[in-house]
Design a protein around this ligand. Structure first.
Ligand SMILES: Cc1cc2nc3c(=O)[nH]c(=O)nc-3n(C[C@H](O)[C@H](O)[C@H](O)COP(=O)(O)OP(=O)(O)OC[C@H]3O[C@@H](n4cnc5c(N)ncnc54)[C@H](O)[C@@H]3O)c2cc1C
Length: 493
């Protein structure tokens, strides 16, 4: 067994862990970053195959302006190697008559008048709808914070909006940003992000894939005296005298011998998720019983699964899109019924087409379209359930692009098992394949969100489960900034 000392050890190179490690290293801390995969980026990782470069699943950045990814790029000074780019949305409203109506072109922010026209909202409903938009966009932080603890469905239903506008806000905007049923979604969390996309735009991508950003973070660690161990799983967090003091991994020592290795640091930061960190890596015996009970009861977000279609010729010139209908919003009951086969599994469909915002990411004349549609987060769903959920998404995709059927050269299915294997261990039954992390539902947001500091001295949480707000990639990076600041302060004593 070998023993080494660092200022801080970060477990996991997802967006939260990679950002935090790089920020600490940039500020002169000696950091060890340990990642179980060969690739960085966790849930925002980028894959390569047969000349294509693509997100493992659709990952759309928002807002376009004041995005946390850009904040990180600027803080690390990696502008020369990481470039973000906006892309025009190719979203569709499937009308009750079954027509796919393309979203009107909007520049940067949402234009309510063309939006209401697209959604077929009658003139007599305009005033109410415009009033709702105006009120939402101009809400002050104190007013928004006062809605913490209220579910978004109660908030929006009070406005008595036409169903197509309700579906646009809930399904096109919120289902994908938070991946939780609208009757559980925390209203404050939702409104902050709606303001973000309505005022600052949606649809921001990274040239070469978002993995470029996490890779740049890893290089900042290496270039500032830190160490990065890829393809190395942390088995446990070492605890002594009620303090986290290090980690144990399976790996090779300096002489290339395989075996258990230990690394020590006064601060351990885990990006592995709160449940895996507390219940598995550190072990529940090291925490107060009420904290363990709370951790066990935390609810994950729902999940996406879908196909990556490798096409012999392009079917769209848009970089991404969302397809929704008046019946696509997900409520708790509808999800439960759909999973039991008692209600339609047709919800919202997301697609990302990297070749349209990054021409170098696909071989000439070809296109990869990465799709995703809702399902529960359980990585151990039966084959039949997986197929039924995947079929529901595929039906929408081929409904929208019927010509694609003949153009598919190859298609890969990713599932909740793929997401769990690539990112988070399933510690509690039915968890691991979640899209975001902790669900941003009432009781798990704002003041009720777990703290970045755990009751075990020296152990911090980074990523979507603590320390951030907003959509997945945004809250992970925001958490990275907040944890880096707190850890720096702790190290200064
Ligand atoms: C299908 C899908 C679609 C999405 N779409 C969007 C989108 O459109 N927009 C958006 O903003 N967000 C989207 N997200 C969400 C977003 O990608 C995530 O919320 C965010 O990237 C999570 O970052 P994180 O830092 O919390 O952790 P993760 O990404 O979960 O990273 C955790 C890292 O820790 C590593 N790790 C775990 N355990 C260990 C261990 N024991 N030892 C070593 N390493 C370990 C993992 O391998 C992983 O790299 C999507 C996610 C998915 C899955």
């Amino acid at each position: 067994m070998s023993t080494q000392t660092h200022d801080a050890i970060v477990i996991g190179a997802g967006f939260g862990g990679a950002a935090c490690a790089a920020l600490l290293a940039k500020q002169g801390r000696k950091v060890l970053l340990v990642e179980k995969n060969n690739l960085s980026g966790g849930k925002a990782m980028t894959l390569n195959k047969k000349g294509f470069t693509y997100s493992a699943w659709p990952v759309m950045g928002a807002p376009v302006q004041e995005n946390q990814c850009q904040r990180l790029i600027d803080a690390l000074g990696v502008q020369e190697r990481v470039t973000l780019t906006p892309s025009e949305a190719g979203s569709y409203y499937k009308t009750p008559a079954g027509q796919y109506e393309p979203m009107p072109k909007m520049d940067g922010s949402v234009d309510p008048v063309s939006l209401l026209g697209w959604l077929g909202i009658p003139m007599e409903e305009f005033e109410n709808a415009m009033g709702f938009f105006g009120g939402l966009i101009s809400m002050e932080p104190a007013q928004i914070d006062a809605l913490e603890g209220t579910d978004f469905d109660s908030f929006i239903k009070a406005a008595k909006l036409p169903q197509s506008l309700y579906a646009f806000i809930v399904s096109l905007c919120l289902d994908g940003m938070f991946m939780v049923p609208v009757d559980k979604l925390d209203a404050a969390e939702a409104i902050y992000s709606l303001q973000d996309i309505f005022l600052r735009g949606g649809g921001l991508f990274c040239i070469g894939g978002y993995g470029k950003l996490s890779d740049a973070c890893l290089d900042v660690v290496r270039n500032n005296g830190g160490q990065v161990m890829m393809h190395t799983r942390v088995n446990r967090i070492l605890v002594e005298n009620s303090r986290a003091i290090g980690i144990e991994v399976n790996g090779k020592d300096g002489s290339g011998n395989e075996g258990l290795q230990q690394f020590r640091a006064p601060i351990i930061i885990s990006n592995a998720g709160i449940q895996p960190t507390v219940l598995k890596l550190a072990g529940e015996a090291n925490f107060p019983a009420d904290y363990v009970a709370r951790v066990k009861n935390l609810v994950p977000s729902e999940a996406l699964l879908g196909y990556r279609y490798f096409l012999k010729q392009p079917i769209t010139d848009k970089g991404f899109g969302v397809v929704f209908s008046q019946t696509s919003p997900w409520s708790t009951q509808r999800l439960k019924d759909a999973h039991a086969g008692k209600a339609s599994r047709e919800g919202v469909l997301y697609f990302e087409v990297p070749g349209n915002y990054d021409p170098g990411s696909a071989p000439d004349g070809k296109q990869v379209v990465v799709t995703g549609s809702f399902c529960p987060p359980d990585p151990d769903m039966s084959k039949e359930d997986i197929q039924a959920w995947a079929d529901a998404g595929e039906e929408i995709f081929f409904g929208l692009f019927p010509e694609a059927r003949e153009l598919v050269e190859e298609k890969d299915l990713y599932t909740t098992r793929s997401v769990s294997n690539a990112t988070r261990d399933a510690t509690m039954p039915g968890t691991g394949g979640e899209t975001i992390g902790l669900a941003q539902i009432v009781g798990q947001c704002g003041k009720s969100k777990p703290s970045i500091e755990t009751p075990l001295a020296g152990l911090y949480l980074v990523g979507c489960d603590a320390g951030g707000r907003g959509i997945g990639t945004q809250q992970a990076i925001m958490s990275g900034f907040n944890v880096a600041e707190a850890v720096n302060q702790a190290l200064r004593g």
